[in-house]
Design a binder for this molecule. Structure first.
Ligand code: NAD
Length: 469
């Protein structure tokens, strides 16, 4: 099969000093040829993505297990099932989404055709992180293909087993004239970004997001930035403590906490902290047994650098549950820290690991002030049996997404836009929002050639009579 596998700087290029110029111009020529535009072409490529997911299911589970000990269920649910949902949603609706949208007209254009054309941008770049290494390039890719673009996919070099799988296998399913995988670390990605793309879709950290936006600005390339941050989780005094503990523990310890929308810390009263602790312990034991290290359902930290960073956060507050680590395995036990102060290390950065700090606040108002004094998060969670409390938190804060009385679950709906705000990102995707992200909404007016009398009032000379004076 004609696979476009491009390893770092070993790339088919004749342009000196720009190793990726050849690739980008190859894709641009394919895009200009118009071959990605017909519905049938897009559907064929999307169906090929479906075959990739189905036929390489086992390879995906194995690669993500090697990369971060991702439990099979978690890998199947996030890397395969959620992607299939997006794919099916897109395949079921694409012909409808692609249609010109006819819009209202004014008096002068009554006999004309005014419509919004969903145009592909051209050659787009998708850069993905390592934590959900298939999902986070595949879901944007579905929308990019659906919208008729050519695509360069840059998976994370940190999840190296999955990167290898994608480079070796994915391109065999797709048209290599229009879709390429570039395996690249920071240095090569910097070179890749020197090229002009028509759209860049980036998922990763806010600090790298700034680098991407700066590189894009040089070419005035529009961007979507799916970033991270600290997601607060407010737990009010009126709630079902057992259910809260189960839902928070699931969201925090899924993928060993390496989830961009994981609840990063809990805000609650001192009384609620007392009640939550045994309930969290019970939930953790129920999920992972008395020694989570032996559980097949608990993941590992992806790399040594990341392990050391997360372990250093354990010095915050008081270890109430867990706290054990093993550097060789990159294991950090599901951990809950009590009485964490806002000045502690765990509250200075996104945790992105299996540690849940609890910060005590006096009441809901203080929790809301705490949230609003910090960068806008990707998600906010609020738990209460009193829906007024949940609504208050929703009403008086700002975040990319929101989920009342649960964690993570809002991501499962393709009908909801997913994305950040402020420090947590720019733009949105999932379902039709992904198709719209990768489509330029081109405002078009197709006028009638005749009936010139309608037009004459706008032409010079601008007589007093035309001004209505
Ligand atoms: P990262 O920003 O370090 O890397 C993301 C991608 O950018 C990788 O492909 C990497 O190769 C590339 N990259 C890194 N440094 C670069 C540079 N200097 N120039 C060009 N490219 C560069 O992020 P990560 O560690 O892979 O992922 C963790 C972060 O991603 C967390 O902050 C997390 O919250 C965020 N995240 C966000 C979402 C979301 O949907 N909003 C999803 C998953 C992860």
């Amino acid at each position: 099969a004609a696979c476009a596998i491009l390893k770092g700087s070993v790339v088919c290029s004749t342009v000196r000093g720009n190793p990726y110029a050849g690739l980008v111009s190859h894709l641009r020529a394919a895009w200009l040829s118009g071959k990605t535009r017909p519905l049938e072409y897009r559907v064929a490529q999307l169906e090929a993505l479906g075959r990739f997911l189905e036929e390489k299911k086992q390879d995906i589970l194995e690669a993500t297990a090697l990369d971060m000990g991702k439990p099979s269920f978690e890998a199947y649910f996030t890397e395969i099932l959620l992607c299939k949902n997006e794919l099916n949603d897109t395949l079921n609706n694409l012909s409808h989404w692609m249609k010109d949208e006819h819009v209202d007209k004014n008096l002068v254009t009554q006999l004309d055709s005014a419509f919004i054309r969903k145009d592909p941008y051209g050659v787009v770049l998708i850069i993905a992180p390592w934590n959900y290494p298939i999902h986070l390039f595949l879901v944007p890719l579905i929308g990019a293909i659906a919208a008729g673009n050519c695509v360069v996919i840059k998976p994370s070099e940190i999840s190296k087993n999955t990167e290898k799988l994608v480079a070796e296998m994915l391109t065999c399913y797709l048209d290599s004239d229009c879709f390429a995988v570039v395996t690249a670390g920071v240095e090569e990605t910097t070179r890749l970004l020197e090229n002009k793309f028509d759209y860049i879709f980036f998922t990763g950290s806010p600090s790298v997001g700034r680098i991407i936006m700066t590189a894009a600005a040089k070419h005035l390339t529009p961007v979507t930035l799916e970033l991270g941050g600290k997601n607060p989780c407010y737990v009010s005094d009126t709630c079902d403590v057992q259910n809260v503990a189960r839902r928070v523990a699931w969201g925090r310890f899924f993928n060993a906490g390496q989830t961009c929308i994981a609840p990063d810390y809990v805000l609650c009263s001192v009384e609620m902290q007392e009640k939550l602790m045994p309930a969290l312990r019970e939930a953790i034991t129920e999920y992972f047994g008395s020694n989570p290290r032996e559980s097949p359902d608990f993941a590992r930290i992806v790399g040594d650098k990341q392990f050391k960073r997360v372990r250093a956060l354990l010095s915050s507050g008081r270890v109430a549950i867990g706290g054990q680590t093993d550097e060789k395995e990159r294991y950090i036990a599901p951990t809950v820290l009590a009485d964490v102060q806002p000045s502690d290390p765990a509250m200075q950065e996104e945790i992105f690991g299996p540690i849940l700090p609890i910060v005590v606040v006096a009441n809901m108002d203080e929790a809301i002030d705490f949230i609003n004094a910090r960068p806008r998060p990707l998600a906010i969670y609020a738990f209460s049996c009193d829906s007024k409390v949940v609504n208050q938190v929703l009403e008086r804060t700002s975040s990319g997404g929101f989920c009342g009385n649960d964690t993570l679950m809002h991501v499962t709906l393709t009908s909801l836009p997913f994305g950040g705000i402020g420090n947590s990102g720019l733009g949105k995707y999932h379902g039709k929002f992904t198709f719209d992200t990768f489509s330029h909404h081109r405002g078009c007016l197709h006028r009638n050639m005749g009936l010139e009398a309608i037009n004459s009032p706008r032409y010079p000379p601008y007589t007093q009579q035309k001004l209505g004076l």
